[in-house]
Design a binder for this molecule. Sequence first.
Ligand code: ZN
Length: 328
Amino acid sequence: MRYLLAFIILSLLFTFPLDKVMAKEEQENIHEKRMELYQRVEMVTHIPWYYLAAIDQYERSVRKARTDLPDPEGLSGIYFPPEEWAGLLNPNPNDTNAKRIQFFNGRGFDGNGDGKAELTNDEDVLHAFAQYLLAYGTDHDNIKIGLWDYYKRDKTVGIIMDKAKIYKKFNKLDLDSHAFPVPLRSNHSYKNTWGDARGWGGRRIHEGTDIFANYGVPVRATAYGVVEMKGWNRYGGWRVGIRDLNNTYHYFAHLSGFAKDLKIGQVVEPGQVIGGVGSSGYGPPGTSGKFPPHLHYGMYKDNGRTEWSFDPYPHLRLWSKEERARIK
Ligand SMILES: [Zn+2]
């Protein structure tokens, strides 16, 4: 009986944290396997791994955000419609014969050398995209042109090139951590105000969370990302927009000012100071003090076609919890 009790207590002590450890290890394992895949393709094609990683991650994020595309299952997140893979004139849209696919001008490619070009094989899929890019070249400008011809959307090309910059700078894929936008030690408060009516500037609804804090409290990047926008807007005042690796745009408004040297195109990491809490906005450039100081924090998701806002409140709760756990 005593042993049983000890066993139960020990199980309770160990099983819960162990789950978390295992989830983390699994995640690290995936990053490791993906990096191996990118580097194998780089060895053959000479396309730097961080461009391959950026395209792969862009496509993965788009698939997760769209309901008309199948969820990513393999290591690679790149999606090819089966008919494009096999070739539009191929009578068999599910063809895996590499030679026949080539004959019908399909995008499919035999990357692992087994004679088959399979949509379910990560190496074949990533090599197929690399082969497409190789027709343009392996340097920054030619990859950019190749991507433009493929996606026909400036924003997509910009998002992918920014991701490549992030991966290159940190030289790893494990860049999923977040930070709360103001220091946890600072005096601040926020509630869920998603969708509340806003008076100024016509009928609008509130797309974000207001974090009330004192003037000048540091405002920090919440994720690894690139500064996509910085400047004045009559509603948001001085504001910054940062795009992360999941195609999510993080919007910081009503700032008192920007961190010194903060530039559009700059890579930032979670916790990095980008400005200060203020009350700018609701008028021409420089207008301030029309409402109490607070940070307006918004989140927007791009799915490769459009962008929409979603409620940041649950994420803010999670990041503050995670950050508290890290500090302990
Ligand atoms: Zn707000």
